[in-house]
Ligand binder design. Structure first.
Ligand SMILES: Cc1cc2nc3c(=O)[nH]c(=O)nc-3n(C[C@H](O)[C@H](O)[C@H](O)COP(=O)(O)OP(=O)(O)OC[C@H]3O[C@@H](n4cnc5c(N)ncnc54)[C@H](O)[C@@H]3O)c2cc1C
Length: 408
């Protein structure tokens, strides 16, 4: 197990500087344009692919860094550039992780390359779990997958919503109910291969922020996929369902298991994205406060402004420390006895919302316009307290984990 460290080593610093260069030279200059266009920034994704930032290999390398700092460092730098474009670059990772976590070696080898494509023909992938009536309450999911034994095919029907890259993805990973009596334990994930009949994009959402990232409904109307598209395979699913039925018969899981390890492990990455956005806004505000003069002196000469900047930086550093701790715990298999992953996401996302609002205040009228980036950053920051579990759900998970009580 690697010791927890707050210092990046030389190799990590090199990667960070390289990513920062890409974020500063390629992502940030394109941010305002793609925010206005509200379209997937394909040319920027292609640039990322050319230099090796848009590939599973790159993220796997960061993930398996035993210090746990590889992924948070990468997310912070890319999202420092711009949240909407960065999500377009890392969004495919959501679906890829779904396959890596549950798929067989053959499924990983077949589908992940098709999710990314290559630098001459980039593709994206989508992970579709949320539904109109199943957001925070995942157990009320309705999309149904039924096995057609005669043909060894699964037939999937339902409507997914809020899917990042939904409908424009080459490969969709869809979570569906296979046993309605088991709640969220009766779910399974399926690959929907490119061009499968019955899958269509529904409404594309016009959003408040991260507008360069495509978000849409995905409608599944009698979608048929071969048995080989069930992630993990039928045998494993049958065993898992049998175990879940047995557990349900015995009275369900203890509430103490409320902090589910997979979410605890993935939430710090979202926290790191929030740290990136917060840091970006803070830097703009600090620069502005030292150069903008009113009453014959820089506005930072006023405690009212200077103390805000002091608080902003303190909270950003605190958020990063929580994120790094949780990432280190995840890679080193430490139990999340206080839901430390949820803590990091909760604190970092709330910090991003607060800090970006303070940045607008410090820039005064300029902060309120699209001439300066903090207005966009504030709109972008609002997503962090919503996706991958809202702030309220993080608090619920933390409180349940700490108390062992079924808090509602
Ligand atoms: C831009 C964007 C991209 C997304 N990308 C994806 C994606 O790629 N794939 C995917 O599957 N999903 C995605 N999501 C969905 C996202 O994860 C959900 O929006 C989120 O989980 C919240 O669900 P909901 O929107 O239905 O809100 P609801 O669950 O309806 O919540 C509404 C409000 O009620 C509160 N609330 C609900 N239950 C409780 C409770 N028990 N206690 C206290 N408060 C509660 C919530 O905190 C929230 O404030 C995305 C969403 C957005 C906006």
């Amino acid at each position: 197990m690697a010791e927890f460290t707050m210092e990046l080593n030389d190799e990590q610093k090199e990667v960070r500087d390289w990513l920062h260069g890409f974020a500063a030279d390629v992502i940030r200059p394109a941010a305002a344009e793609w925010d206005e266009r509200e379209e997937t920034p394909w040319p920027v994704i292609q640039e990322a692919a050319k230099v090796g930032i848009y590939s599973l290999d790159f993220y796997a390398q960061q993930y398996f860094d035993a210090s746990g700092l590889g992924i948070p460092m990468a997310m912070e730098e890319l999202f420092w550039g711009d949240a909407g474009i960065a999500l377009s670059i890392v969004g495919t990772g959501l679906a890829a992780v779904g396959v890596l976590a549950n798929g067989t070696e053959e499924q990983i080898g077949t589908w992940i390359p098709q999710m990314y494509g290559d630098a001459t023909d980039v593709k994206v992938a989508a992970f579709c779990s949320s539904e109109p009536d199943a957001g925070s309450d995942v157990a009320s999911m309705r999309t149904r997958a039924v096995y057609d034994e005669a043909k060894d095919e699964w037939v999937i029907n339902g409507t997914k919503t809020w899917a990042t890259n939904g409908g424009i993805a080459n490969v969709h990973v869809v979570v569906a109910v296979v046993d309605p009596d088991l709640g969220s334990k009766g779910h399974a994930s399926f690959i929907i291969p490119p061009g499968t009949p019955g899958l269509a994009q529904g409404q594309k959402f016009k959003k408040h922020g991260i507008r360069a990232s495509h978000t849409a409904e995905v409608v599944l109307d009698h979608v048929r996929v071969p048995g080989s598209c069930l992630l993990g395979g039928k045998e494993k699913l049958d065993e898992r369902l049998a175990r879940a039925r047995e557990k349900a018969r015995k009275g369900g899981e203890r509430v103490k298991n409320a902090a589910m390890a997979t979410f605890e492990a993935s939430r710090p990455a979202v926290g790191a994205m929030a740290v990136g956005t917060a840091r970006a806004a803070y830097e703009v505000a600090l620069d502005y406060a030292t150069t903008r003069e009113q009453f014959g002196r820089p506005i930072i000469d006023n405690q009212g402004v200077a103390f805000q900047l002091a608080d902003m930086r303190t909270q950003i550093d605190a958020a990063r420390l929580l994120v790094w701790r949780a990432s280190w715990m995840a890679i080193n298999g430490k139990p999340f006895t206080a839901a430390e992953g949820s803590m990091s996401k909760l604190f970092a996302s709330e910090t991003a919302k607060k800090v970006t609002a303070q940045a607008i205040q410090i820039l005064g009228g300029n902060g309120y316009t699209r001439e300066y980036p903090v207005e966009r950053m504030h709109r972008d920051a609002a997503i962090y307290t919503i996706f991958e579990g809202t702030s309220e759900i993080q608090r619920l998970v933390i409180a349940r984990t700490l108390s062992g009580m079924p808090i509602r």
